[in-house]
Design a protein around this ligand. Structure first.
Ligand code: NAG
Ligand code: NAG
Ligand code: NAG
Ligand code: NAG
Ligand code: NAG
Ligand code: NAG
Ligand code: NAG
Ligand code: NAG
Length: 602
């Protein structure tokens, strides 16, 4: 769309995911990532692509001259190192330079127009958005998404989520080993402490060891962590004074990460490896353990699982085993290429600088110490040239492509989840540092380019067409099964069920549900919440024979105005006309109900 002016390019656009375990799958074509989604899903991919393009369009159309201010602070109560045993393997002198085993720093950029009116904020804070645990079945943008939601709701007064001019982006950072579950891990079944070295429980193993908090359930935990980040960002935003000056530079490179030679010193070179995941990858973390009997910290294979691996996938080659040592290899993904490669070889590295701020786009999840080392190297390299002084380097994680984790060489030796998931072997971090140094140099000198990665068109959907949708005899799509009550007192919650089928038409800018309030003066209904609102939950319950139910919940907040309301639901169902599938829109609406503010007092 913008190719004529060559405006938005590989080098000056970064795609940075915030990370959630409660989102769509089936859009990242490397085979490993296609397993859980049962293949490629066009219906997941299209809305994501459309949404990204639309965001760029909106940004382009609203572009105007402005100013940018930097501010930094600390959030001390919202993160916990989930692999302290690995962290402790880093050199003592290095650890002593930092007061914590997580980065508590939050860095923000405030954007205003020339009149000083706020236009947006960027924020980086290192925490995993896994406050929602794996029992959650609702789509959620987790804690960073909630921080963004709160900031935008506050600035875009009267707008529904995702609408209004103000943009609050909460990017992820070096959060590889950082959990938001701040009460820490314990055994769900016995209440014991989990084993420090392997995060497993005496009874029930890995699966029973889980971290919780700070809230009493995952919704509350998401809310608390999200609010902590939002509150700090808001404070930093209101006090931001250090203005950025100077130019914007961008550098991007494609790197064959399976084939990087790193010079350790004048006599020794080391190499990265073809990708492989270790046994502890299957153990998961204290934020969600694996279902099988793997434990973290495994530096030796398990004859049982290695046997299964060998008979199903083949034995990893000696070269790969040696290259990844001490990682016992579970999936030798670098040797698995069918139907498509299981892991990427060619990955992006990228840096954008805005004045004295350098945004380092890392294609994976760097641990706390890995992030610190990358930041330090980039800062040093940039400041060798006098155009950069007092440089603030931020790590933005999960950029452009996904390559799992990046630990330090020392952390890798311990082989907890993060080390087992450092797919290019023990020197992965050193290789990235070498390339980021190269990019920093390129920023002050000249541009570079390299061969591009494959673009797969032969994707393999395995799921098949969704079946046609049905309703029980004498009912229609959208018909209400269970009505709302006629009156709700705050705080209570309204909920009702509908016959429904969603039929994979997830469209950005649309919503599956609305909560609407009646304005008596004009006789009109105003939408006050959508499915993106924190106060609503939309459950789709798939049944047999093409029949499914939908439940809409509105958790009525204390701030709700007394008045007349209804809830509506929008969906699509599929039928067949002769043999042609036809997708039809339908709606359902609850009865009208009242919300009253008569609070009982005591
Ligand atoms: C975890 O480590 C402890 C020792 O710290 C050991 O007793 C236990 O067997 C280990 N658990 C597993 C499942 O390997
Ligand atoms: C997930 O969170 C829910 C509460 O929201 C809790 O009941 C459940 O035990 C948690 N599960 C794990 C494995 O953390
Ligand atoms: C990447 O490097 C590997 C060696 O590990 C080589 O076999 C492969 O051909 C390279 N890929 C590309 C696209 O250059
Ligand atoms: C270079 O690094 C290797 C591996 O860490 C080490 O054994 C060797 O002593 C180092 N050589 C020099 C000159 O520092
Ligand atoms: C995992 O389970 C298998 C099969 O039950 C068993 O053979 C193996 O020894 C177990 N491994 C560990 C580490 O407990
Ligand atoms: C559907 O409606 C028809 C006509 O009113 C009636 O004869 C039939 O028994 C109904 N079927 C069911 C399952 O209620
Ligand atoms: C709403 O408007 C109607 C007439 O337009 C009026 O009769 C009714 O009293 C109004 N209700 C409230 C709650 O204001
Ligand atoms: C949908 O609701 C109906 C009536 O309440 C119930 O009989 C049916 O089992 C539900 N189906 C599913 C998939 O939940």
């Amino acid at each position: 769309r913008y190719s004529e002016l060559y405006l938005y390019r590989q080098d000056n656009v970064i795609l940075s995911g915030t990370h959630t375990h409660s989102g769509l799958a089936g859009y990242f074509q490397y085979t490993l990532f296609m397993i859980t989604s049962k293949g490629y899903l066009k219906s997941s991919t299209q809305p994501i692509v459309r949404g990204i393009v639309k965001s760029i369009d909106v940004a382009h159309n609203n572009m105007k001259p402005g100013r940018i201010f930097l501010n930094k602070g600390e959030i001390v109560d919202s993160s916990l190192n989930r692999s302290p045993h690995s962290y402790m393997n880093n050199p003592k002198e290095e650890r002593e330079r930092y007061k914590s085993n997580t980065d508590e720093q939050i860095v923000t950029l405030k954007f205003t127009d020339l009149d000083g009116d706020g236009m947006g904020i960027f924020s980086w804070f290192a925490v995993h958005p896994v406050s929602m645990n794996y029992t959650n079945r609702l789509v959620s943008s987790d804690n960073l998404g909630y921080a963004s939601y709160l900031f935008e709701q506050e600035k875009n007064i009267g707008s529904l989520p995702g609408e209004g001019p103000f943009v609050a982006a909460f990017a992820t950072s070096n959060s590889g080993d950082v959990s938001p579950n701040t009460r820490g891990p314990y055994c769900i079944n016995t209440g014991d402490k989990c084993d420090y070295l392997n995060s497993s429980c005496p009874v029930g193993g890995t699966k029973m060891c889980a971290a919780f908090g700070p809230g009493d359930d995952m919704f509350e935990s998401t809310r608390i962590i999200g609010e902590n980040i939002y509150r700090k960002a808001k404070e930093l935003y209101s006090k931001a004074e250090q203005e950025l000056h100077g130019s914007i530079h961008a550098a991007h490179q494609w790197v064959n990460m399976t084939d990087v030679t790193v010079q350790l010193n004048s006599t020794h070179n080391v190499k990265t490896c073809k990708p492989a995941l270790g046994h502890s990858f299957a153990a998961g973390t204290i934020d969600g353990g694996g279902d099988l009997n793997f434990t973290q910290g495994a530096v030796e294979g398990d004859p049982f699982w290695d046997g299964i691996r060998d008979s199903v996938l083949g034995t990893p080659s000696k070269d790969i085993q040696d290259c990844h040592d001490p990682k016992p290899i579970l999936f030798s993904t670098g040797e698995m290429n069918r139907p498509l490669p299981w892991h990427p070889a060619i990955v992006d590295v990228q840096i954008i600088t805005i004045g004295s701020v350098a945004i380092v786009a890392v294609p994976g999840e760097a641990t706390t110490m890995s992030g610190r080392r990358i930041r330090e190297a980039v800062k040093q390299e940039l400041e060798m040239h006098n155009s950069f002084t007092n440089t603030e380097v931020v790590i933005t994680g999960l950029c452009n492509i996904y390559t799992h984790y990046i630990t330090t060489f020392e952390e890798y030796q311990v082989q907890r989840y993060e080390g087992a998931s450092t797919i290019y072997g023990p020197h992965t971090l050193s290789a990235y540092i070498q390339h980021f140094r190269g990019l920093a140099k390129a920023i002050v000198e000249a541009r570079i380019s390299r061969p591009e990665p494959p673009f797969f068109t032969n994707v393999f959907p395995l799921l098949g067409e969704p079946p046609v949708d049905k309703v029980p005899e004498n009912t229609t799509f959208g018909q209400v099964l269970e009505q709302v009550d006629s009156l709700y007192k705050v705080v209570s919650h309204a909920g009702f069920n509908l016959v429904h089928k969603m039929d994979s038409l997830v469209l950005r800018g649309k919503t599956f549900i609305t909560v609407e309030r009646f304005h008596n003066s004009s006789g009109t209904w105003e939408v006050i919440h959508t499915d993106a609102s924190w106060e609503t939950r939309f459950h789709w319950i798939k049944g047999s024979g093409g029949q499914s139910n939908a439940t809409v919940e509105w958790h009525i907040p204390l701030s709700a105005a007394a008045g007349t309301y209804r809830i509506r639901h929008f969906g699509h169902y599929k039928k067949r006309v002769v043999i042609t599938p036809v997708i039809t829109a339908y709606e359902g609406a609850s009865d009208v109900f009242q919300v009253s503010k008569t609070l009982y007092s005591r």
